[in-house]
Design a protein around this ligand. Structure first.
Ligand SMILES: Nc1ncnc2c1ncn2[C@@H]1O[C@H](COP(=O)(O)OP(=O)(O)O)[C@@H](O)[C@H]1O
Ligand SMILES: O=C(CO)[C@@H](O)[C@H](O)COP(=O)(O)O
Length: 525
């Protein structure tokens, strides 16, 4: 491996991932640390600790996972000195509260000791709020009231107030735990936290990730004073630091810790780290009529627009390396809820059994049956619980319970179809490009093709690690420019079945009505 190398990290919900590519954008190495399995001492389940609506991850677990990942590479004699540029991605919205004086700890990291032992006392909050948290409804309501409503807030920041968005998480600490807030020197989002470790100093928040905070004006690309005051008072601006609006600007070189402990070159450049969804977009070259769908822990739908389209159920993010914008739909009940249904309705709890049932026992859509699977509090719609409808009647279970396996896919994809149509204003989708863990499953992608009536493609190189790959591609872009041919990057994995597509077209309006019924049925907290 004598090439020049470009590295991308992804600190996602369940794992820390790394992708290394060379000058010709070939993946030469991938590595992962799975939090729950490999760092069990932190007591997480699927990477998080759930306490009612509060969902956190131990900040020190993330710190330790970085040394663990790099020591795995060391054990393989990985040529760290060949890395020219690094960048990274992370779950959006989550936050890290650095204690007063933590910057001194970061600036003096000793290569002889682990990051964990040196940063043990660096955090004002030991548990970082994550994107799965939904405990801040009262602060969301207040923020929308102050600004003049949900749409008004969306017009400024790209999104209405969402529980997981960093500004509302900060408001919760500011209102309930002032000593901790006052003891906080810097608030990073998860991506800028990881970048800070590499820089040995606080890294700025990248504009695409700042767009997921309910604090940032996506037009002027600056913090909004009224929102800062509402969420964290006069002190918040200083605690957040600057925003980096252009993702190809070099923030600095890797700090001495990584040079001396692992053998990184002292000239290795660090680019801003981004949210995982913007990074996923950079992993692939898109045509204007392409829509990208990521089926990971969360499910997301992403499209690039030249101007911001703001609605109260989508998110608009600044594009990390251009003046364009990203429109995004995000669902919390993604892969983990599919796993739950798989484990409940298959005898072997395997994707193979799930697919066999889908292809043989419930191989056709049934327009009389609908299921809604909000095992955890959903984002769109804001709903919780599992609901099944047969011929318009709410039922406890389908007569053939196998139908749950088809229904969970159908409802997710019908929701994406109905909501993306509102963002596309009649523009036709030419291709659906699918990435993320579940993109390996062709049977799931067939249902997606049938619901949308559009051909589905997935990456030819098969990498499921799109966010870390996108970050590595950004690192490479800094050195080599943008030179990809989008045509060769994808393989066709599913073409729509016309009959099934007609059924799904008929089902769409009933789906929307039943979803409204589910939302109406939600009781008060
Ligand atoms: N063959 C498969 N079919 C469906 N889902 C799968 C398959 N393989 C992996 N997955 C799902 O992918 C998820 C992880 O996706 P990934 O994109 O790596 O997650 P993250 O959002 O943490 O980056 C797992 O929770 C798993 O359920
Ligand atoms: O909340 C969002 C986007 O708004 C999520 O998409 C997170 O960014 C989590 O990412 P994964 O762990 O699923 O990759």
């Amino acid at each position: 491996m004598a090439d020049t190398l470009y590295v991308g990290f992804d600190l996602s919900t369940q794992q820390l991932k790394l992708t290394v590519i060379n000058d010709t954008a070939d993946v030469v190495c991938e590595e992962t640390v799975r939090f729950t399995k490999e760092l069990p001492q932190y007591g997480t389940s699927n990477g998080v600790i759930i306490n009612g609506h509060t969902v956190t991850s131990p900040t020190l677990m993330w710190v330790e996972s970085l040394d663990l990942l790099l020591s795995k590479l060391s054990a393989k004699a990985f040529p760290f000195h060949s890395i020219r540029v690094i960048s990274g991605a992370a779950q959006q919205h989550g936050s890290v509260f650095w204690k007063r004086s933590a910057s001194q700890l970061l600036r003096h990291l000793n290569p002889q000791e682990t990051l964990k032992s040196q940063l043990r006392d660096a955090f004002a909050l030991e548990q970082s709020p994550t994107w799965q948290d939904s405990s801040t409804s009262e602060y969301c309501q207040k923020l929308e009231e102050i600004i003049g409503g949900a749409q008004e807030l969306a017009n400024i920041t790209g999104s209405r107030a969402y529980e997981r968005f960093t500004g509302n998480q900060i408001a919760k600490i500011y209102q309930n735990d002032l000593p901790t807030y006052n003891n906080t020197e810097r608030i990073s989002v998860v991506s800028s936290f990881l970048a800070s470790l590499f820089l040995g100093d606080y890294a700025p928040i990248d504009a695409s990730d700042a767009s997921g905070m309910n604090l940032f004006n996506i037009h002027s690309k600056t913090w909004d004073e009224r929102l800062l005051i509402a969420c964290g008072g006069e002190a918040l601006r200083e605690k957040l630091g600057n925003v980096e609006v252009f993702g190809l600007n070099v923030m600095g070189n890797v700090c001495r810790y990584f040079v001396e402990r692992y053998g990184f070159s002292p000239d290795c450049k660090v680019l801003p780290f981004m949210g995982d969804n913007p990074s996923t977009l950079l992993s692939r070259k898109l045509c204007p009529s392409d829509v990208l769908i990521s089926l990971g822990t969360s499910d997301t739908l992403l499209l690039v627009t030249t101007y911001p389209i703001t609605t109260t159920e989508s998110h608009t993010l600044c594009h990390p390396i251009s003046n364009q914008y990203i429109s995004m739909l995000c669902y919390k009940n993604g892969s983990l809820t599919r796993e739950h249904i798989r484990d409940t309705y298959t005898s072997t709890a395997s994707w193979d059994s799930f697919n066999t049932i889908l292809r043989t026992l419930v191989s056709k859509p049934d327009e009389t049956k609908f299921g809604f699977y909000f095992q955890v509090q959903e984002i769109i719609p804001f709903a919780y619980g599992i609901y099944r409808f047969d011929n318009g009647e709410l039922v406890d279970e389908f007569r053939d319970p196998n139908y749950n396996i088809r229904a969970i896919l159908e409802s997710q994809f019908l929701s994406m179809k109905a909501r993306s149509a509102r963002l596309l204003h009649g523009q036709r989708i030419e291709r659906l490009l699918v990435v993320g863990g579940a993109s390996a499953n062709d049977s799931i992608l067939q249902v997606l093709a049938d619901v949308f009536g559009v051909k589905v493609f997935s990456p030819r190189d098969g990498t499921a690690n799109s966010a870390s790959f996108g970050a590595a591609m950004k690192a490479r872009m800094m050195a080599c420019g943008e030179d990809r041919d989008e045509k060769s990057e994808y393989k066709l994995v599913a073409s729509p079945n016309k009959e099934n597509n007609k059924v799904y077209d008929r089902m769409l309006s009933t789906f929307v009505k039943l979803e409204e019924r589910v939302v109406m049925a939600q009781g008060p907290e």
